[in-house]
Design a protein around this ligand. Sequence first.
Ligand SMILES: Cc1cc2nc3c(=O)[nH]c(=O)nc-3n(C[C@H](O)[C@H](O)[C@H](O)COP(=O)(O)OP(=O)(O)OC[C@H]3O[C@@H](n4cnc5c(N)ncnc54)[C@H](O)[C@@H]3O)c2cc1C
Length: 553
Amino acid sequence: MTKPVILTVDDDPAVLAAIERDLRRQYRADYRVIRAGSAAEGLEAARALAARNTPVALFLVDQRMPGMSGTELLREVMKLHPASRRVLLTAYADTEVAIAGINEIALDHYLMKPWDPPEQRLYPVLDDLLAEWRARLRPTFEGIRVLGSQWSPQCFATKEFLSRNRVPYEWVDIDLTAAARALAESLAGDLTHLPVVIFPDGAHLIAPSPVELASKAGLQTHANRPFYDVIVIGGGPAGLANAVYAASEGLRTVLVESHAAGGQAGTSSLIENYLGFPSGITGEDLAQRATAQARRFGAELLTGQEVVSLRREDPYRVVVLAGGAELTGYCVVITTGMSARTLDVPGCQPLQGVGVYYGAAMTEAARYRDKDICVVGGANSAGQGALFFSRYASRVTMLVRAADLQGTMARYLMDRILATQNIDVLFGVEVHEVRGEGSLEAVIVKCADSGEVRTISSSAMFLFIGVRPHTDAFAGVLERDHGGFVITGADIPREHGRPRGWTLERDPFMFETSIPGVFAAGDVRSGANRRVAAAVGEGSAAIHSVHRYLRTV
Ligand SMILES: Cc1cc2nc3c(=O)[nH]c(=O)nc-3n(C[C@H](O)[C@H](O)[C@H](O)COP(=O)(O)OP(=O)(O)OC[C@H]3O[C@@H](n4cnc5c(N)ncnc54)[C@H](O)[C@@H]3O)c2cc1C
């Protein structure tokens, strides 16, 4: 553990040197003694120590300093280090100020200058105060700290990004901890942009983007090589499988992931139908195993980097990242999958992340312990979500548009839902509106048959209502179907007997898109069977076509 600090502040260099010497002599073994030559310097040091989460055991501060007095300084540092002991160094004339300070700023003691001999007039007092402080000391967290408000969507996104990328962090709610609020305010200026993410070296980021966060948290964000055989876009099961096979077969491979490896599967609480895991595997576990495997074979995994476009510079393919950086290679495999469609009803958008969630936001489950929540949708993912949240919530109400679950949900899930005491299922209803001040309070549903409107009190609503492919970056570049999914192989529309826009003598290989050397696999592919095993299978099999293509360049 980092040594706690004793911070002493005095504008008189001779006095400062003397007090520092005496403090070091007695306390050096257990404390780091830091000195500051002015109140401003002292305040800055206190801020930096709070940012590093370094505990300050004691402030020993001179009363008479220009600009800011000792009592004023202690009032400010108390906000950042409320548990520290506070001692004022005074001259005889300041006694009254010091006595007033005992009430006003909870001053622990005032020391008259000079304090010689320290064995009699300094150490006994400080020993007592430090012993008292130590008795209440709680171990401090030395990793990344996220300071924010529970009700901020950006804070939710940051927490989700870190946890999905398995970066340990401590969440500190500024609405519950005054010292954290003061620290966030002192670092960010105001609290309009949250969270403030503080790193162990004391550096901080305000409302960071995924790539800023990834880079500072030590995840790889930039490619090591100038050129690759295969550039995989998207780190879901299809992309990870592709990267594992590509790298294991000796191809120079880089995978670019905008959020967190694992994709949709990474958000699943339990995948029960994946071959070889009879009691199921969590999406997080599967993602972690697959990333470790891809890395072991030498694939590079870039995290927090979004691909925004793709271009052809024969024989190369160039992938452009959001920040403008480019990756060049022979082949590209698009495995960008899809995500949940969002609900466009009054009140929904402002509550996203603060009661309204798309998919199984597992990080939020504990927050809704013993609360009533809704799950919207009637497919397998909604069923899994309802079962997962029923372990925390007091009541889960499933809102299903269809008249039953037949044909949309697997039999085993349906049976389990119907057998779970705290899950209710409402059929034939649509979400009409959501309400809440700062967080979700009620979901208003409309009955499809009768038009009856009903209000359901709910602290959270988890939506599983359909999907949207992640293919905006490729619009106008390659053939997509009416839903935006990428068309591959024999399905590419033909003109005069040839695939549209295709100039080669041969037909497109399996998984090849309308651009030679660019492949698509997994959920993003038109006609794909949207399952983990199918995505893994397609990602793996696409490498066969990649090899065939590489023999032609
Ligand atoms: C909650 C939930 C539970 C599920 N449970 C099961 C189950 O039990 N069994 C089952 O078989 N299937 C399940 N599925 C379906 C399964 O997870 C998907 O079929 C599978 O994840 C598809 O894999 P994929 O690699 O094709 O795409 P995805 O998993 O969607 O991964 C695509 C990845 O690409 C990234 N990406 C997107 N655009 C870009 C870009 N421009 N630049 C960089 N990266 C980008 C995304 O961030 C994402 O990580 C579930 C899905 C969900 C949502």
